[in-house]
Design a protein around this ligand. Sequence first.
Ligand SMILES: Cc1cc2nc3c(=O)[nH]c(=O)nc-3n(C[C@H](O)[C@H](O)[C@H](O)COP(=O)(O)OP(=O)(O)OC[C@H]3O[C@@H](n4cnc5c(N)ncnc54)[C@H](O)[C@@H]3O)c2cc1C
Length: 444
Amino acid sequence: MSTRSHVAIIGGGWAGLACAVELSAAGVPVCVFEAAKQLGGRARRVEFEQFEGIEGIEGHAFDNGQHLLIGAYHETLRIMRQCDADPERLLQRRSLELDYPRQGFRIRLPRLPAPFHLALGLLTARGCPPREKWVAVRFIRALQASNYQLTDDISVAELLDRHRQRENLRRFLWEPLCLAALNTPPERASAQIFANVLREVLDGTRENSDLLLPQTDLSQIFPDPAARFITARGGEIRLSARVECIECCEQSLAINGERFEQAVIAAAPQHASSLLRHHAETRDIAALLDVYPFEPIGTVYLAYPESLRLSFPMLGMSGPLGQWVFDRSSQQPESANIVGCVLSAQGAWDERDNDSLATALHDELQQTLGRPLPEPNGYRVIRERRATFSCRPGLPRPPAKTALRGLWLAGDYVCAEYPATLEGAVRSGCRVARGILGEEESEG
Ligand SMILES: Cc1cc2nc3c(=O)[nH]c(=O)nc-3n(C[C@H](O)[C@H](O)[C@H](O)COP(=O)(O)OP(=O)(O)OC[C@H]3O[C@@H](n4cnc5c(N)ncnc54)[C@H](O)[C@@H]3O)c2cc1C
């Protein structure tokens, strides 16, 4: 196979762009087709002209949803550097800290070499008795002893039950980690994928467990630099260019009237399926994706009349609706009066209208901080209905290489060892690029 072949990439999210960057770096001409007016897919900047309640919020950058990266996102950090997007400048690195001020729970991993950071972090955690810490150590050691491989994939709730994780560490450490990483409640989340995430976070170096908080909008973190990198190497990016079907003709694939030797579908599962169902070779994958379960994510930005600095850029809210609140000033100093509340997975929040959601989260925020706050003077709610696939036990994932000659799949759902995350998307895109370049057998 010629490594000089012209490759079409359908979808300009983080997976498609990672694939395009890798191929461009190797001198392969690429053409990225993106249906939307902008790149980034589910992790992008959004422009608001106003909040509900206040006019004029120019100068503030917002995202379609608050995102958090971790130090174990090695492929994401590598590909950012490749595009001259410096992670040290664009992401604020903080030691892992989970802080629930209202419940008096806090765990912070100190800057010590692994595994001492974990040992001391657990030992000094506030809001849980020593007995619980000891049971948690036994749980981690059991996972390590099995090399994080479970004999059968069960739910995270069942895994925690089996290892007697029942009290505050379950409520404020394991369950929030599960919801944050898998965007799936512990009762229906895959224990094996959770174990894979824990392996990445807890094993290896201390830096793997660091929180990386965006210092600017998501588009500037990767999609914009990636686009510059691709076009500087002769690649093309076409916006508002939806691909409706892929036709096979002779030895090539025809897309929107042009021929390509290879094509990568880097769209979300529900969009990939509509392109796959037309071909006998890929109909089984389309059928699989058609029944994929999804989970939503809500982000509620609350604007206050005055600055609202939080003690840590991200605090646990512990519901009943909100899970985390983010201090937007860590992203943009001029946004010190704006916080972003995150609502993960299906739940009661999704049935509320925007007004009552904003009011309820304002109340929860006062309880979290333990002090009265002025009434917000504006809010904005973003609901991503299919934010991620629901990461359930045994959820089948398709291989990256399809049975249709020259057709590949990339996207967070293709990265079999990971939940729906930026890192999963980037890993899958990079793997497909390596597969096209003939460097590895890419199987997802
Ligand atoms: C609100 C929210 C919060 C999140 N928080 C986090 C977080 O904190 N940390 C984390 O790691 N992950 C988080 N995620 C998950 C992460 O954003 C996704 O896993 C990742 O962005 C998926 O990237 P992707 O490239 O696989 O797919 P997508 O981003 O869906 O990209 C697919 C692209 O393909 C385009 N497309 C679709 N069909 C076609 C077509 N026919 N022709 C042309 N283009 C097409 C789409 O417009 C889109 O741009 C969050 C997601 C959401 C929605």
